[in-house]
Design a protein around this ligand. Structure first.
Ligand SMILES: [Zn+2]
Length: 171
């Protein structure tokens, strides 16, 4: 089975960002700055959110759960950026007023949630950067998770989806 294709639109966002801020280090991907400086969104961490995150398109606001680990918050921001780009027409010029769903455990079957997850994974762990890093350090989940500032779990799945590892270890 070939590698699962990532969302090309996430790589486009990174290209746009790098064109405007060529001097900023690419890794870990500066996801807050991408949301705020490139896309004109505000990112706000809130306690007791009752979900991992929320995108309020009208307010151009991403709320993230302040009680969750930083790596998880980074993934949530990338996921909400995915909703903004993919579902709210930010790059197509339409003004879709859809309020995007909060991230929750039971939402994984929702196509839009899967699309936002796929976008988020590509944004935080861009295919070319992951291949480059693996060429240098090998498919070492601990090193790669630290380099990309993501959870071990997120990196494990990323390597699996890119066919760079045999998959999550089964207990
Ligand atoms: Zn979502």
């Amino acid at each position: 089975m070939p590698p699962r294709p990532g969302d090309r639109r996430a790589l486009d966002v990174l290209v746009d960002y790098e064109a405007i801020y060529p001097d900023r280090t690419p890794l870990p991907v500066p996801v807050v700055s991408i949301a705020e400086d490139l896309l004109g969104l505000r990112v706000h961490a809130a306690p007791d959110l009752g979900a991992s995150g929320l995108l309020a398109p009208h307010d151009r606001l991403i709320l993230i759960n302040a009680d969750e680990p930083l790596e998880r918050q980074r993934f949530t921001i990338a996921h909400e950026i995915g909703h903004w780009i993919v579902h709210c027409g930010a790059r197509t010029g339409t003004t879709n007023a859809t309020l995007c769903r909060a991230v929750s455990e039971e939402s994984h079957t929702d196509l839009r949630e899967r699309e936002a997850d796929s976008f988020g994974a590509e944004l935080l762990m861009p295919t070319p950067h992951v291949y480059e890093a693996v060429a240098v350090t090998g498919a070492n989940v601990d090193i790669l998770a630290e380099t990309f500032a993501v959870s071990r779990q997120a990196m494990t799945w990323r390597l699996f989806n890119l066919r760079l590892s045999r998959g999550p270890e089964t207990p």
